[in-house]
Ligand binder design. Sequence first.
Ligand code: HEM
Length: 503
Amino acid sequence: MGFPSPITREQVAARILAGDNLIILRNKVIRVPPSWLATHPGGPLAILHFVGRDATDEVDAFHSDATLERIDRYTIGTVDVGEHGWLSFVPPIMSGWVRRITADGSKQWYNEASPFNSETDTAPSPSTQFLLVERTEDPPRPGPTLETLQPPPTPISPKIYAQHSAAYKVLHKRVIDAGLYKTRYITGYGPEIVRYTLLAILSIVAYRYGWFITSAFFLGLFWHQVTFTAHDLGHVGVTHDWTIDRLLGIFIADLLGGLSIGWWHLPFFAVSPVFFNSLWSSYYKRVMAFDAIAKIFIPIQHKLFYVIMCFARFNLYVLSYTFLAKHAFEPRKAVGGRWWWWGEVICLGLFFCWYSSLLMAIGNWKTALGYLVVSHVVTSPLHIQIVLSHFSRSTEDFGPVESFPARQLRTTVDVICSPKIEFIHGGLHLQVTHHLFPRLPRHNLREASMLVKEFAKEHNLEYAEFGFFEGNGEVRGVLKQVADQVKIVGMVADANIRDALKK
Ligand code: HEM
């Protein structure tokens, strides 16, 4: 399709300020229709955080070819991207602005939070970092302005990031040409299915013989293992068909594991000292308070790490069900309509039936409690693994200018392990490559990681990896660092109060 003349940067900004959700893909301007925003399978926030930005690499990484063609249909024109690519705007949501339906049915800007930028450019809190805090007074204007959209000055070079981005496209092509998007059903998932079946049989047999704690142990191992396949399905990384992967995902995650495939997340720790303020989460739509409870627990978070990890699965239940409750009255998803929601709710109901019958049939509440605890605690290495791959790395935000590959490499780390025992880590140990190519079938990640390592070396980017035990040490180190800083902040505050009282 030909377009008359390129849309100017000012026109793009004006349309965003008027409420259009425009993203830049290569040199094309895509207008995401409001209907897609509400019903997007990856959620509206994924799109809102890319309004005004070049989202080419992210969009290529997250979508199937068929979806990419569909996205292309929403092109409304082209832009001149310049020598170093499109200089991204700051999406309105990152400075606290969202669109809301008013009483008369029209959509207006609403300021849900205030931006909190660091005035100085320090390592833990760069000037490019966009954090939000609770809004305490009415905004001076009824909507975002041209100024709000301008990215803050950054010491990072757009030229270098443009080079990374161009090289990522070449890398992605190499991964595709090497056939790494082809799922290894027999050699990859074959052994997985045998392993899952064996663990399930061991759990059932032990239960039948009355060896309840042994049965709970194998059930925990079963959950630990199947979660990796649920994770693959959540990323549409098995059949690459959203409907089939979602159906399989609902069966495994919801029916067998009691968790929502539409949502799973991490237990919470503070990993950045910037958190010593209460922050507004544009994801949870609430203030993440640095309150009295946080002040008690954060100073000892490194000591509680493994204890919390043991019970992390309970947190996943809470978050899963909250997610489904919030989506109960949402519009139909563009893919999957509403059946995905009903499928999840019904399968979760069935999960509670089979698991609670299992506990009740034990006939002794102490053993039943032991069964509940053991089956959940055994899954804890999975949670530790997820934390390792993310929390020991940088949490700084270099703003919308940083390229996708540079950000993914900077914020993720691999856990080194022999291919013979990698089923224990279930592919999540190759997190760097997974974050660069989320739809890539898990059993091809090792081969792809070789190409990513070459890419990182060529572009002077760090491909971080550590051993499992070293990684545990790193994470506890980060948690302790932040804990110590909270203690210091507390001591300074106490000294100030004492001084004030003396005066
Ligand atoms: C008109 C624009 C868009 C359309 C029509 C669209 C459509 C879709 C569809 C159909 C899926 C399901 C997976 C698939 O079938 O490929 C999906 C998933 C997803 N999309 Fe989009 N999308 C759009 C824009 C974006 C943008 C700008 C982002 C942000 C970078 C984004 C991020 C995601 C994510 C994170 C997922 C989940 C994938 C995963 O968990 O692996 N999408 N999208």
